[in-house]
Design a protein around this ligand. Structure first.
Ligand code: G
Ligand code: G
Ligand code: MN
Ligand code: NA
Length: 250
């Protein structure tokens, strides 16, 4: 298809960019890290969402090439940040089925000179379940090297609390579907409270995603949620705007 050909060309010509969205500590609003988000603005097709091109790249077998280029760019950018903030990077489900993923991630970090302890990889529950043995091996190898693993979109999809019993995660990211209703829907507030209690007991860090206003930030801080992310704190921005943001705020 036209989209597939355009994506192939974009990967070859290194035209897919990476943007960064801040993750803050809710206790003091200090930035603690950034999530890298792929951005593709094609001259002919215009803006194409990663929600479209990441699954296409997985399906067509070029997710490795795409993801390696993105991780390299993200880690290089993170080296120029004024403080040692963490970098959070999304791994796709196809990558968790490929035994070569851990080696490839660590070799990129080595080449760039980026400390694995500063990297977090975001994965979804569906991805862990689809190829459990391989996924567990990849995660164990990466964690042994110091990389941290966070469970993305927690609470949606095929959630299974049983996954948390495996102790393969360092952090949980509460899906914005709950966060966006925290001040209007009692059920969402109760669910978030329960997640926070559970994560406290399991010694998991927690990020609330999709915080869009001050009232949501205050509520989550009051409930004891450690970290937040969302338009209220900052939208995804390119590498230069991210550097400016860091220098203006600190
Ligand atoms: O950028 P946006 O918030 O629209 O992201 C849409 C989806 O694409 C999200 O699920 C996000 O996790 C995913 N995504 C964004 N960048 C990347 C990336 O570099 N790799 C992978 N695998 N997924 C990404
Ligand atoms: O699946 P994942 O959580 O990685 O997806 C991240 C997506 O969420 C990105 O597309 C990002 O642009 C989007 N996002 C980040 N913060 C907000 C927010 O406050 N509100 C909304 N609606 N989307 C957000
Ligand atoms: Mn994510
Ligand atoms: Na998410």
């Amino acid at each position: 298809t036209q989209l597939e050909q355009a994506l192939r060309n974009a990967i070859i010509s290194d035209a897919i960019d990476v943007h960064f969205q801040p993750i803050v500590s809710l206790s003091n609003n200090q930035v603690v890290g950034f999530e890298a988000l792929a951005r593709w603005n094609d001259p002919d097709l215009g803006f194409v969402s990663p929600g479209v091109f990441v699954p296409l790249a997985e399906e067509r077998g070029f997710i490795d090439a795409l993801s390696e280029a993105l991780l390299r760019k993200a880690a290089e950018a993170a080296l120029s940040w004024p403080r040692e903030l963490f970098l959070s990077f999304n791994l796709s489900s196809a990558q968790l089925m490929d035994p070569g993923t851990s080696g490839s991630v660590l070799s990129i970090l080595g080449r760039v000179g980026f400390d694995p302890h500063r990297l977090e990889l975001e994965i979804t529950e569906t991805a862990v379940m689809s190829s459990a043995d391989t996924a567990h091996r990849i995660i164990a190898d990466l964690r042994a090297a110091g990389v941290r693993i966070s469970l993305d979109d927690f609470g949606t999809g095929q959630s299974s609390l049983g996954r948390l019993r495996d102790f393969i995660f360092d952090k949980i990211k509460i899906d914005r579907a709950f966060v966006s209703r925290i001040n209007s829907d009692r059920a969402s507030e109760h669910i978030i409270k329960a997640i926070l209690t559970m994560c406290d007991g399991l010694e998991l860090e927690v990020v609330a995603e999709g915080i869009e206003d001050y009232a949501e930030a205050v509520k989550l801080r009051t409930l004891g949620c450690g970290m937040g992310q969302g338009y209220h704190f900052g939208r995804p921005a390119d590498g230069i705007a991210t550097l400016r943001f860091l220098h203006e705020n600190y």
